[in-house]
Design a protein around this ligand. Sequence first.
Ligand code: URP
Ligand code: ZN
Ligand code: ZN
Ligand code: ZN
Length: 547
Amino acid sequence: KQFDLVIKNGVVVTSGDVGPLDIAIKDGKIAHLAASIPEDAAERAIDAEGAYVMPGGVDAHVHLAQDFTSGPGGVTGKCADDFMTGSRSAICGGTTTIIAFAQQNRWEESLLDVVTAYDRGASETGCFSDYAYHIIITRPDVEMLKRELPVLVNEWGITSCKLFMTYTAMQLRDNELLDVMYEARKLAVTTMIHAENGDLIAWLTGECGPPKSIHLELIHTAEKLEEKGLIEPRYHAESRPPIVEMEATHRAIVLAEMIQNPILFVHVGSASAAAVIRKSQTRGFPVYAETCPQYLHLTWEDLKRFHSPQCFENSKMICSPPPGPDDSDQEALWTGLRNGTFTIFSSDHCPFRYDDIRGKALGVLQHAPSMEGSTCPIDQDHVHDIVHGKTGHFKYIPNGCPGIETRMPLLFNYGVMEGRITPERYVELTSTAPAKLYGLYPKKGALMPGLSDADLVIWYPDGRMTPFSLTNDRLHHNVDYTPYEGMSFTNWPRYTILRGKVVWAEGQLLGTPQDGEYLKRKTSQLTTAAVRSIADDKRRVATWLYK
Ligand code: URP
Ligand code: ZN
Ligand code: ZN
Ligand code: ZN
């Protein structure tokens, strides 16, 4: 037969167009789009029944199989999901491509070694979705960058790096940020910034003074949260009021403008940071930004919801930056998704189990004196006692929420179905723009015959799915909670298709960990054009620097 698979009767949506079209697939690629493609032209047909058919999701910010040996905050924390379980969860929520972080610890001298080891882990478990890597740089060694960045770009197709302005063991000083941005610019490596003022956070918490070396000795400062005994999980947000993110965002823009290097802000959580980004974009300096579901659906109230000295449950919601104080931030972020302030929408899936002493329960272990030196980190009864019996210090709780499977459904239900964004904008935010930003387009993020992989998400027709409230047992990650427990949904991906193979159909997982392929990325297709025509006023910056 002419085709392998035909998707009939759907409403096809791309980042630019919506229309009733059939889609034919051959050898894993989009082969043909037309008003009508006969069923018998293909081995198999799927009836999409007037429902939306879209390019598969590209989740450009996930943490899998990552050991936070050096942080966040200087503690250990172990991701509960590896490439196998995390990507399984991804495809069940309509995501067909993920980009995960290979993380350098500050004592590690070679990024290539970091990536090689990380890649070995991914090959061992396999991956249900296609996958690529970003590199987290915590050791700003310029000689190493000169040697290794070209190899990462040319041999690995790793064309983006993430830099941290906070977390004791990861934080780069301004001069170090400049060093990395300067090297990144030469190769058009997209620089992703975690923008929070780490010194300000440490000072508010009750610690100050940057570590002068890889030895993490912190100086105590009096009268701050710690000394007042305000250490329960909910105070994590109090240690990071929105101004912390706003200042760092502004500072990173100044540094990037000096280098004339476009940057991308990851996980923007507050209206004030979004406003700073918007201002720079309006002025013409290219700044890209990402926001995530937790900032649209959680507030400080969720941190307080479970608040009690006996209960530790609000540790589930701890992520950095924290969600905004109230829903006025949420409205501003929705506006940013509509008006283009936000380029992409990612999950920041950062999976720590609640009942795991290497996960959220770590904060309790670190704090409770009776637990110190405990030799039974995996005794679950013991963990349960800790979690329910004691309160922990927020600074020891690993930061991050799971969300790889809920990202696409949340934005579909609360964005598209509630009329906050158009279907085309939905596709742009969740698939096309991340593919362009990270050099995967038009293989990913598009439906171009002959060029695009046949990665699709097909929704239920309106009214076809019985509305339900989300419970964690519906999800396929290895985390024992979801921050979105109890939220209602009237739609969910009905089919997920990866390079022509149906990997998720009507609640059934059909894919395997052998399905996913590693993606060597090109340089960014959004930022490269901007590099050439960047400054609005060349007198503002040091033009001699990049001649
Ligand atoms: O709280 C968060 N976001 N944890 C994940 C690590 C990061 O900074 O993205
Ligand atoms: Zn981050
Ligand atoms: Zn993250
Ligand atoms: Zn319990």
